[in-house]
Unconditional design. Structure first.
Length: 166
């Protein structure tokens, strides 16, 4: 497979605060393990997690993943896998958005919408656009350290992300 030919990024538009009027509470950050008060500003995700993140490419990677987390507990996800075949470039994209919650070092993502698309020049009859994808919750262990976010899935796979300017 060839190296990644494109990148994917999440929207940089301001997201609406979706806090639902929750009052003060506490969150535990994955970086320090300390419990910090949450002001009555609708912030339900730790500030260290809020923002735009994109996967750190390795030279052999054929995938790029991007997340955007809002303080109000929302997220957007975009993923792109691409590789060369004799007829051209195969592109598979995944897009999702939903709610995000943190409990200590656990991050739970609950998609409310999720789609996938595929373009394959060697089998165009099998192409599809915006097909429904799984709405199953995803659980990760998360940590932010030195400007890097690491997410480790239940399968043990870890992906590292860098913070992107908004």
């Amino acid at each position: 497979m060839a190296s990644l030919l494109g990148t994917t990024a999440c929207s940089s538009e301001d997201e609406p605060d979706d806090s639902g009027g929750r009052g003060p509470g506490t969150v535990t950050t994955a970086t320090s393990g300390a419990t910090e008060p949450v002001e009555d500003d609708g912030q339900v995700l730790p500030g260290a997690l809020v923002g735009a993140w994109s996967s750190v490419e390795e030279k052999t990677s054929t995938a790029t993943i991007a997340y955007r987390f809002t303080g109000g507990g929302r997220y957007k996800y975009a993923g792109l896998v691409s590789y060369l075949v004799p007829e051209g470039t195969v592109k598979i994209t995944f897009v999702a958005e939903g709610t995000a919650r943190v409990d200590g070092s656990t991050l739970v993502l609950r998609p409310t919408t999720a789609t996938r698309s595929k373009e394959d020049p060697s089998a165009p009859q099998d192409d599809y656009t915006d097909a429904p994808s799984s709405l199953d919750p995803q659980t990760y262990t998360w940590q932010v350290e030195d400007g890097r976010l690491t997410l480790t899935g239940a399968d043990g796979n870890t992906v590292t992300y860098r913070r992107e300017p908004i």
